[in-house]
Design a binder for this molecule. Structure first.
Ligand code: 5AD
Length: 372
C-alpha cells in the first residue's frame, strides 16, 4: 500500500494523508524514499546559513509566539549595526557562504533604511560573496524592492498555516494579522525575483492531518523555492497556551514534522528545506535527523551571545549559551555522523529557483521566435 504511493512520482492529497499517518516500518519506508530523492536531486550536501536574530521588537501579537507584542515579560533588544556586521564577518570568515537576518516585525521608513544600510555593509565586508536572506516580516512591495536592489536575494515569510480558518484562530482578528495580506507579500516577493521561502508550524491546536496535507499542496501550488517548518511548541506567556490540552505529545509533533519534511522532499524534489531549530528543542539531534531524511539547510545561530536568551519564540529554545565557535564545531561533527557534507563557501541557492527561472525564460522566448 505505502509502497504503491511511494512509487508514484507525485502524491495527491489522499496519498499525503496516508503518508503523514504512517508509523513504524511504513514510516521508515517513507524516510528511505525521501532520503533517496534528496540524494538524487540535491545530493547529500548541507548548506550553512548563519542566523542573526538582530531584534525581538515586534508589532504583531500572534497568539502562539513568545515575542508577541503583548508579552511584557520579554526584555526587548535591538542589536547595534556594528555588532550585526561583526556577526556577518564571522559568517564570512568561517566560509558559511550565506546568512539570514531575522527580526520581529517592524515597519517604518527608518527600519527600511536601516536594513538597506546593513545590506550595503554586508556586501562591502564580504566583497559581495555572502548571500543574504531576510526574514523581517510583512512589508510594502516598495520596501521589498529596495532591499532586493541592495543585494537581498532570498526572503523567508512563513504562512504558519495555509488554512485561513485555522490562521484566524491563531491570530488576533484585525488588519495587522490578515491572511490575505500575508499571502500578497509572498506573491510580491516572488514577483520581484526573490528566492521565496515560507513554511508552517506542525502540531498546532485545532490543526488536522488534512490541513497539513493541504499545507504541502499549498507549498507546491505557490511554487516555493525554500521551506522552513517545524513543530509548534507551547509558550507559557501566550494565549494559545490555554489550549495545550489539545496537543499531541512533543515526540509525536517531532515525528510528524519529520514526516512533513519527507513528504515535501518527495513532492518538491529540488527545493531547499531547512532543518529548523524547533526540531532541536524536542530532540537534541533533531536537526540532523531532518537532514538525513530530506532537509538540506541548517541555520547555526550566530547572534551575539548576550542577546540569545531574549529571542524566545517558544520554551526550551536551544543553543542559547553556546559560543559561536563551539556551535559550529559541534554541528560539523553531528552532520558528519549523518553522512552529509557541509558545502563551505557555496551560496547553496535553491535549485528550484534556477529551474523555474530557466523555465520562465524559455516560455518567454517562444513567442519571440514565432514573431520572427
Ligand atoms: N512554536 C514553534 N514555532 C514558533 N514560531 C513562533 N512561535 C512559535 C512557537 N510557539 C515560529 C513561527 C515564525 C518563526 C520565526 O518562528 O513559524 O514564523
Amino acid at each position: 500500500m505505502i509502497e504503491e504511493i511511494l512509487n508514484k512520482n507525485t502524491p495527491n492529497k489522499t496519498d499525503l494523508i496516508q503518508l503523514l499517518q504512517t508509523e513504524d516500518l511504513d514510516m521508515q519506508h517513507l524516510f528511505r524514499k525521501s532520503k533517496e530523492v534528496k540524494e538524487q536531486t540535491v545530493q547529500n550536501k548541507v548548506y550553512f546559513r548563519g542566523l542573526i536574530e538582530f531584534s525581538n521588537i515586534c508589532r504583531k501579537d500572534c497568539l502562539y509566539c513568545g515575542i508577541r507584542k503583548s508579552n511584557n515579560k520579554v526584555h526587548r533588544y535591538n542589536i547595534e549595526d556594528e555588532e550585526i556586521l561583526k556577526a556577518a564577518r564571522f559568517a564570512y570568515e568561517n566560509h558559511f557562504g550565506s546568512l539570514v537576518l531575522q527580526s520581529g516585525e517592524q515597519k517604518s521608513p527608518a527600519f527600511t533604511k536601516r536594513i538597506t544600510n546593513l545590506l550595503d555593509g554586508i556586501q562591502t565586508l564580504s566583497k559581495g560573496s555572502l548571500r543574504v536572506t531576510l526574514s523581517c516580516g510583512e512589508q510594502e512591495r516598495e520596501t521589498y524592492k529596495q532591499w532586493y536592489e541592495h543585494g537581498a536575494a532570498r526572503y523567508l515569510l512563513r504562512i504558519e498555516t495555509s488554512d485561513r480558518n485555522l490562521y484566524a484562530k491563531l491570530h488576533p482578528n484585525d488588519a495587522l494579522h490578515d491572511f490575505d495580506q500575508r499571502l500578497q507579500c509572498l506573491y510580491n516577493l516572488k514577483d520581484l525575483g526573490y528566492q521565496t521561502g515560507s513554511g508552517v508550524m506542525i502540531g498546532l491546536p485545532f490543526q488536522t492531518i488534512e490541513s497539513l496535507a493541504d499545507d504541502l499542496l499549498w507549498m507546491q501550488t505557490m511554487d516555493l523555492d525554500m521551506v522552513g517548518m517545524g513543530p509548534y511548541l507551547e509558550h507559557e506567556e501566550t494565549p494559545l497556551y490555554a489550549f495545550r490540552y489539545l496537543l499531541m505529545s512533543q515526540q509525536k509533533r517531532f515525528e510528524l514534522s519529520l514526516k512533513m519534511i519527507a513528504c515535501l522532499r518527495i513532492l518538491m524534489k529540488d527545493i531547499n528545506i531547512a532543518a529548523t531549530t524547533a526540531l532541536q528543542a524536542i530532540d537534541k539531534g533533531g536537526r540532523e535527523k531532518a537532514l538525513k531524511i530530506g532537509a538540506n539547510v541548517i541555520m547555526p545561530n550566530i547572534t551575539p551571545g548576550k542577546f540569545r536568551n531574549d529571542y524566545h519564540l517558544y520554551s526550551n529554545k536551544p543553543s542559547t549559551d553556546e559560543n559561536l565557535e563551539d556551535c559550529k564545531r559541534c554541528l560539523e561533527i553531528r552532520i558528519y555522523l549523518q553522512d552529509n557534507k557541509i558545502a563551505y563557501d557555496e551560496w547553496g541557492d535553491s535549485k528550484h529557483y534556477h529551474n523555474r527561472m530557466t523555465k520562465t525564460k524559455t516560455i518567454k522566448r517562444v513567442p519571440d521566435r514565432e514573431i520572427c
